[in-house]
Each structure stands twice: as C-alpha cells, then as structure tokens.
Design a protein around this ligand. Structure first.
Ligand SMILES: [Zn+2]
Length: 84
C-alpha cells in the first residue's frame, strides 16, 4: 500500500512538472514571434509585392513604394487570439 502511494505521488509530480515546462516554453515561443513581427515594422505590399509597407495605425498599412493602403491587422489579431 505504501509503495502504491509513493508511485502515484511521483507520477503526479512528474506530470505537473512536464506540463509547466511545456507551457512556459510555448508562451516564450509566441512572445518571440510577436516581437519579431513588431520589430520588423515592414510588411510585404500586396499591390507591388515589395517590403515597403509601414504600419500607420492599428491594422492599417501604407506602402511607401506605391502609396497604397491596406489592412494587415488580421495577421496580428490571429496571433493575439492564439495566445489567449
Ligand atoms: Zn506597394
């Protein structure tokens, strides 16, 4: 009986530790990805296919090459949803 309790306790501790490790790693990965997107601040323009689009407002991008405006927020919104 004592042996059984000990094994159960060990298994439980192991399971929690594994989940915690995975959780923190997953969060860091997403944070790193967001940081990469945010730090770049330029996006490929869907009109001229050049990476000259700059974010001028939340979800609004303007291309400095062809002066077209387009919404590119869906990409970041998707990421935020995934983090939740
Ligand atoms: Zn353009």
């Amino acid at each position: 009986m004592m042996c059984c309790v000990e094994v159960l306790k060990m298994a439980g501790t192991k399971k929690v530790g594994k989940t915690g490790k995975y959780g923190s790693r997953y969060g860091l990965r997403i944070r790193k990805k967001i940081l990469k997107v945010e730090s770049k601040k330029t996006k490929e323009c869907p009109y001229c296919k050049r990476k000259r689009a700059k974010r001028i407002a939340a979800g609004i991008w303007e291309c400095s090459k062809c002066n077209n405006k387009f919404s590119g927020g869906s990409y970041i919104i998707k990421k935020t949803k995934g983090e939740k």
